[in-house]
Each structure stands twice: as structure tokens, then as C-alpha cells.
Design a protein around this ligand. Structure first.
Ligand code: FE2
Length: 156
């Protein structure tokens, strides 16, 4: 049966919010990853990569807000501490010392990791009948898989 924020059980709400906070953490770490690469990329492809990495971090910055605000709409707590997000995230921070190819590889892998976490969160939301969270996570997952292709196409 379909559920809304108001009709979800406390257990369902807390499981969905925990999964969404994981999505927020990984989206936030990947935002910084893309911005760090935007700043530090070098080489003949500087122009297009500098621009593409900006598109990525601008998209992710909006997305982390949408995901965190879905947590709030469900009555949960949005975990906004940077240290906590870095610790929870399956995407690791990067110091930005890398070749353009290494940046492409790292950022494409990060996109696939976040897409997988979002797909898992969509499945948790579906299990509880929370179609609205499911829809948000599916849309975000599709965007990350599209970015994985856009980024990795530079070297494949
Ligand atoms: Fe910039």
C-alpha cells in the first residue's frame, strides 16, 4: 500500500531517513570531489573538464539539499556535519593531486557508487510503500549514471 510521510510507521521512517542520510553524505563528498577536480585539473582537456566538473558539482549541490529536505519532510534529522559525512561516505575524499585521467576515473567511479546507494535507498523506500522517496532516489540515481557516462567517455 502506498504511504506518505504522515502514514509511515516510525520504524519505516527511521530506516528510510538513515538510507537518505547516506545518500546525502555521498552526494556531498562527491560534490567536493568534483569541485576540487574543477580547480586542479590540468592538461590539454582543461577547458571541457573544468566546465564538466562544474556542471557535476552544481548538480550535486542542489541534489544534496533535495535529499536532506526529503529527510526533513519525513520528520527525520538531516545529518549535516562534514566530518560525519566523510566518515559515512563510500566515496572517499581526494587531495586533488592527480592527472586528468585519474580524476576522470575517480569521479566516474564515485558517480557509480552514489547511483548504487540511491538505487538501494529507492528499494528501501519501495519496501515501505514510500513512492515519493523512491521516485526522488530513482531520478537521482539515473542522473549519476548519466554523469558516469559523460565523464568516462573522455577516456574510453
Ligand atoms: Fe569555478
Amino acid at each position: 500500500m502506498s504511504q506518505t510521510a504522515e502514514s509511515l510507521s516510525t520504524d519505516a521512517q527511521s530506516e528510510i531517513c538513515e538510507a537518505l542520510n547516506q545518500c546525502v553524505a555521498e552526494t556531498a563528498v562527491t560534490t567536493m570531489l568534483a569541485q576540487n577536480f574543477h580547480w586542479n585539473v590540468t592538461g590539454m582537456a582543461f577547458g571541457p573538464l573544468h566546465d564538466l566538473f562544474q556542471k557535476v558539482y552544481e548538480d550535486h549541490f542542489v541534489a544534496q539539499d533535495d535529499l536532506a529536505e526529503r529527510v526533513k519532510a519525513l520528520g527525520g534529522h538531516a545529518n549535516g556535519m562534514l566530518a560525519g559525512m566523510v566518515q559515512a561516505s563510500k566515496v572517499a575524499e581526494h587531495d586533488g593531486y592527480a592527472t586528468a585521467e585519474e580524476m576522470i576515473d575517480t569521479l566516474a567511479k564515485a558517480q557509480r557508487t552514489v547511483a548504487s546507494t540511491l538505487a538501494g535507498t529507492a528499494a528501501i523506500a519501495e519496501k515501505h510503500g514510500d513512492l515519493l522517496t523512491q521516485d526522488l532516489c530513482i531520478a537521482r540515481g539515473q542522473t549519476h549514471e548519466k554523469f558516469a557516462w559523460l565523464i568516462s567517455a573522455h577516456i574510453s
